[in-house]
Write a protein that binds this ligand. Sequence first.
Ligand code: ATP
Ligand code: MG
Ligand code: MG
Length: 547
Amino acid sequence: STDKKAGGDDQVNFDIGLEDTSAGVVTRFPPEPSGYLHIGHAKAALLNDYFAHKKYKGTLLLRFDDTNPLKEKQEFEDSIVEDLALMGVTPDKTTHTSDYFQELYEYCVQMLKEGTAYADDTAQEKMRQERMDGIASARREMTPEDSLARFEEMKAGTEEGKKWFIRAKISADNPNKAMRDPVIYRCSPQPHHRTGDTWKIYPTYDFCCPIVDSLEGVTHALRTTEYLDRDAQYQWMLKALRLRNVYNWDFARLNMIRTLMSKRKLTKIVDEGKVWGWDDPRMPTVRGIRRRGMTIPALQEFILKQGPSRNVVNLDWTTIWATNKKYIDPTASRYTAIAKRDMVTVHVTGFAHPAPYAEDRPKHAKYDLGNKKVWFSDTIVIEQVDAAELAEGEEITLMNWGNAIVRSISHSINPVKAIAAAVQDAQRPVASVNVDLNLQGDVKTTKKKIHWLATPDNNGQELIPVECVDFDYLITKDKLEDDDKLEDFLTAQTEFRTDCVADCNVASLREGDIMQFDRKGYFRVDRPFLHGQPAVLFQIPTGKGGK
Ligand code: ATP
Ligand code: MG
Ligand code: MG
């Protein structure tokens, strides 16, 4: 079965029912350079790569499907090449559909001559309606000579030519609407980012795809299941032109909940400044999710585990982030951060040193990631949420240090501050706490393990300002329907910034590092601490809490 997963938890093995592999499998990934790759494209790219390079010893082609000069740019091509490399997808050859404009033109001429295509100037709206209703175009029986003459007008880009289209002559009323005389060429005066103004005519995807696949030696054309209806048309083109056969294999499009996965909509939110750009951590682009802290092995595992199944589902982000957690946990060093607005001072008695001092502690409890410095002092800070839970006389554990007994708790008298501190009940916030160190105490017996930081003084340690940023989904609805207006479903606030201070070790983290703050979770460094400017860290979802 194609959905079969074999092997252990991390093993992926499935096939596409290939019998004839003797000639070598050739697959292709055909992006249109009209945007950055998103996680759906990543699925297509990784599956094609899997069959070409992992399952079989075949060939992977990267073909830029660049037939619509209005939407395409070199910037997008460059980003696609880079993102594929990032994902470990290495095409054996890179081509462009536009490399074949001359051949495609000649094939169209051949079809016009043979009467398997005709020129049509039916207005676009009317043409659409006729195709819906199964009505033949008034131009359907035009002679090859007349059609060819129109095609030449189109090619020259004349005023007359601009009114015409070329359509494959398949059927006016086939129950499969994809078979109702699809348009194969249109006239467009737009210059093209690679061929300049050489061409005034551009072939459609329906026409190019089978022809170029066949010319390039593709054996298996993987497509998403929305193209099932168009497989018949694809095969018809090959037969009409007597070209080498190509096998179509359809797999499910990847949809994720509360996620835009159409380049048109993603372009819109980029252009309208709803996000910072294509690599915004809220974007489902390869760059966006990496910036949010997704690792490539997790992405690969997630995609390949679904395999080429045909069940189209709206997947939750939980699984992919949980997969990611497996990969980042062993390498994420642990540090400590305290939210600035919530800092509560704790006076520590029984501190036997004349001054603050530092000791080395492991960066990870289980894996050897080296050591970090932990500063100890008779004055430390903890977070209000933790302070609010403390009871006098209670024994607690100060993480990386040892136990302490809470002696006294004093509360703020300012009720306004209580609201600002977002204390859930009407309690007044804690202003300060006194504890006695009890380093002989057993850390296994305490319920509360609290993270803390020694307050800065002149002994060399310094608290590092950091901004911890968490994000929400860009849209409010699990799945946008075609007639839903994007504007109506944009989440009002998607970025949540918390100013914190962190331990001195955080100063040396670099962009892209993935680390963990005690009790706060995983973060990726988006901007390191530099010139006194706070480090900016993005919270990495772990699949808990729906994010
Ligand atoms: P979009 O809707 O994002 O514009 P597209 O199909 O128009 O997608 P292309 O650049 O033509 O964009 O896509 C390149 C390849 O990626 C195609 O083979 C396409 O089938 C595949 N692909 C696009 N979106 C998805 C998706 N959500 N899931 C799986 N494959 C996808
Ligand atoms: Mg496409
Ligand atoms: Mg599309």
